[in-house]
Each structure stands twice: as C-alpha cells, then as structure tokens.
Design a protein around this ligand. Structure first.
Ligand SMILES: NC(=O)c1ccc[n+]([C@@H]2O[C@H](COP(=O)([O-])OP(=O)(O)OC[C@H]3O[C@@H](n4cnc5c(N)ncnc54)[C@H](O)[C@@H]3O)[C@@H](O)[C@H]2O)c1
Length: 453
C-alpha cells in the first residue's frame, strides 16, 4: 500500500524506457494460477483467519485476502476503533472486533492470522500467536531488533507453526524468473549487485495525516506503545507517533526496515541466498525531512556477503525508480517492479586495445594488423548479441504471497519466507541501521547473536 504512489509514478516515468525496449521481444510471464470463483469452497472447508492491525497495510491485505478462494475473515483486532469500522466495511458484514489480540488467539474458530502492526509489536504478536497454536502471516521487517528476530525464529521452530513474513516480492513471478535466469548463469561471474529506490514527497517520507478523531476515547495509546516507550498522551505528538511511527527508532526500523528489507529479501530470493551479511558499512543523514524524526531520510549501505559486493541505496529526498542491477562477466540483468531486462556483454575486447596508443608506430601498426586479421568478422557476418525482456505482474502484488501462506497453513507446509529467511533479511537492515548510528562498519556475530563494530 505504501508503495502504490511510487508504483504509479514509476510506471509513468518508465513509459519512455519501455518504448526503447519495444524492439526486443517481450514475453509476458504466466502469473501463478489462483483458482476462481472465489466463493466455490463449502464453509466447512474454508480456512478462517483473523487480522491484527487494519491500518494502511492491513486494510490492503484484508481486501486481497478475502478475494482468495477458500478463506474467510472471521474477526479483526486493532487498538483504534476507527479500524474496527474499516474492517467491517472491507469484509462487508458484521464480524467480531476487539482491541485485544489475545481474544483472537483464544478463539478456536480461527485457524490462522494476518498481522500488520508496527514493527515494535511484531515479535510479541508472532511469539504469542505460534505459542497459541496459530499460523501467522506477519508483515516485514520481521523484527525490530536482532534479539526480537532470534526469539521469533526460536518460537517458530519450537512450535512448528507456519510463519510467513510479508516481503511479497519473494512470491512474485518477476523475481522467480530472475532467480531462474541468475541460477542458469545469465550474467556469468557475478561481480556486483546494486539496488536503489528514491522518493521525493512527504507521503513517501511517511509524513502521513493522522486520523483526525484519534483520541484516548477510541484508541488504546498505552498498549500501542508496547514496551517501546511510556509517554503520556500528547494531543499534538501522540497522533503523529501513531501515523508516522516509521520516523522514530523506538517504533519503526527506518528506511532500512521499510524499504531496504524489500530490496534485501528480493535479492536474497533471486540469488538463492539465505544468510545475514558478514559486514555492513552505511552512510546516511536527515537531509530533507528535518521534522523531529530520528531515523535517516537517506541511507546507503555496502554489504559484504563474502561474495560480490552489494550496494543498496535509499533516498527520501530524490525520486528515482526502484531497480536492481545484477552485474557480471556476461552482462547486466536489470530487475524492476514489472520487468526483467538482460543487457548482454561479450566480456571480450571488441576493438584493438587502446593501450597500444603508447607503442611506437611500427610496433602499433604490427599489433593492429595482427589484431584485425584475427578478430575482424567477414562483412555481413558481424556478431549480433541477443538481449531480451520479460514483463509480468507487479512484484508488489500481495495476493500470491498471501495465497502461499494460506496454502502453507492449510497443508501444514513451511513457506519460502519463513522466520529464518525473514530474520536473515531483517539482520541486514539492523546492520545498516547500526552502521549508520555507530558511524562504523559492523559485523554479525552469530555466536553471540549480536551486531559488533
Ligand atoms: N509489505 C509491504 O509492502 C508493506 C507496506 C506497508 C507496510 N508494511 C508493514 O506493515 C506493518 C504495518 O504498517 P502500516 O503502515 O499498516 O501501519 P499503520 O500504523 O497504518 O497500521 C498499524 C495498525 O496496527 C494497530 N496496532 C498497533 N499495535 C497493535 C496491537 N498491539 N494490537 C492490535 N493492533 C495494533 C494500530 O492501531 C494501527 O491501526 C508494518 O510492519 C509495516 O512495515 C508492509
């Protein structure tokens, strides 16, 4: 949901680029088939889910989930009563609503849960849910701290419940196709991966308008703060914390937890990696939105996974499309929200070496003569290299990811983005944050489960 605006802008902005690609063959990927009609499952076979957190993201997940076959929403929980109304509006019928998520955990009618609460609540909700025997889809970033992530991995392992973390591009056809191409060596020796995303508007920088009626009468402010803070209700600041929590490290995980986690999760999935980085080195600052936030609005991180360098950049002060470039000895695989484009490279000298401009004339001419004899193609036989592009459904579409979770819950099968995958991706984000705050490179120490500088 947060990404809708940038997605539209991105489409608009890349229309020119798409035109330039029109010369290469475009193949539409077949999206994963999700059976229709939606109401074809008898009530006895339906998977009943409850939702915790029906804000910006939870409301979108709820709209998507209820369109999937064989699932139905039977209860909703939020600390703000306005969102009880919203949940009823989306589901289109009266379902039980509550401010206490433990009511959903105790409810035997509920098979599984979706949680879209702010980051500082992820660990507690997931640990409580799996301990109560419920499978759960929890939004990204999986954790608010490395320690939270460790506790979540342990709880999922102990209980064996299905946990899916909500980095939806892991279930996208775009990333699946890129993964296949990369596994088949499309870029040759992988030498560098870069990824970036930029926005340049207050909404993109989380300056959201709080609901105008938010008050202690319709909202449980103390519970919302969890263990993060114990602030008294402040009619000016509390609604801002409620709506703009991403700006403050007490509740959110900054650019790293909001956007970098998507870049990292997608990258790990496409490369078939599932581990934390060995080292992270970040630079950042608050340059554009000096509104009292304590998280950077520009954040660039170099990651060392013991393989090719990874360079991921996020900027809330300049609008740029979201893109990955997997660079290697055989060219570049560019991956964006809707498209994959391959730019081939031979990796060979395609003209005589310019170093020979430093040869004396006779030596240079002899070199050039030999080079041309050995390399020049016959007229009409000049090499032509094939680049190509694929276009597919947005990697931000949430239905495929929700569908995989519901299938996992129905069949008691683990899912791709389990807690281990989610933890490893979140650790990269925590390392990016710690490197920024400490002003130093940081490493992950698996023995002590700590980030060290
Ligand atoms: N996957 C994506 O593309 C994507 C996009 C946006 C947000 N998200 C993630 O979704 C999560 C929610 O983000 P959002 O923008 O919807 O936030 P939001 O503030 O709009 O909504 C969160 C809701 O959770 C409720 N809540 C908080 N603590 C609660 C508790 N203990 N019990 C019950 N309800 C509680 C709040 O009252 C609020 O209504 C975040 O983790 C965020 O990172 C993911």
């Amino acid at each position: 949901m947060t990404k809708d605006l940038s997605r539209r802008q991105f489409l608009h902005r890349t229309a020119g680029a798409a035109g330039a690609l029109a010369a290469s063959p475009a193949i539409f990927l077949e999206p994963e088939h999700i059976p229709l009609p939606l109401q074809s499952t008898p009530p006895s076979d339906r998977l009943r889910f409850g939702i915790i957190g029906i804000g910006m993201q939870g409301s979108g997940l709820l709209r998507d989930a209820i369109q999937l076959p064989g699932v139905e929403c039977v209860a909703a929980c939020d600390l703000y009563d306005g969102r009880h109304t919203l949940a009823q509006e989306i589901v289109g019928k009266k379902i039980p609503t509550t401010r206490r998520y433990k009511d959903l955990l105790d409810n035997k009618e509920i098979d599984c849960l979706i949680a879209a609460v702010p980051d500082h609540w992820h660990k507690q909700v997931v640990v409580d849910a799996v301990s109560a025997g419920k499978d759960i889809y929890c939004e990204k970033p999986m954790s608010h701290s490395p320690a939270d992530g460790v506790a979540m991995v342990a709880a999922a392992k102990k209980t064996g419940r299905v946990v899916q973390i909500g980095s939806q591009r892991v279930s996208s056809v775009i990333c699946a196709k890129a993964k296949e191409l990369l596994a088949n060596g499309i870029v040759g020796t992988l030498t560098l991966v870069e990824g970036s995303l930029g926005r340049n508007d207050p909404t993109g920088a989380w300056v959201y308008p709080p609901p105008p009626d938010l008050s202690l009468g319709n909202f449980d402010w103390d519970t919302w703060q969890g263990d993060a803070t114990k602030r008294a209700w402040d009619p000016d600041m509390s609604p801002k914390y409620f709506a703009r929590w991403r700006c403050w490290k007490e509740y959110g995980t900054g650019l790293a937890g909001d956007l970098l986690v998507h870049l990292v999760s997608g990258m790990n999935f496409m490369l078939g990696w599932n581990e934390p980085p060995k080292r992270a080195m970040a630079l950042g600052d608050i340059l554009r939105f000096k509104d009292g936030r304590n998280m950077p609005d520009v954040h660039a991180t170099l990651f060392d996974y013991g393989r090719a360098p990874i360079y991921l950049r996020l900027n809330l002060g300049c609008d740029t499309p979201e893109i990955y470039r997997f660079q290697g000895s055989k060219g570049i695989l560019e991956v964006t929200e809707y498209a994959i484009t391959y730019f081939p490279q031979s990796g060979e000298d395609e003209s005589p070496s310019y170093y020979t401009s430093g040869y004396p004339q006779a030596m240079r001419e002899a070199y050039l003569k030999k080079w041309h004899e050995e390399h020049d193609p016959k007229p009409g036989k000049e090499p032509i290299r094939e680049g190509f592009s694929y276009r597919g459904e947005s990697w931000d579409a949430e239905k495929p990811h929700l569908w995989r979770f519901f299938q996992g819950a129905r069949n008691h099968q683990q899912v791709t983005e389990d807690t281990v995958f989610g933890h490893n991706a979140a650790l990269a984000c925590h390392m990016a944050n710690q490197s920024y705050f400490r002003g130093a490179a940081v490493t992950w120490d698996a023995a002590s489960n700590q980030i060290k500088s």
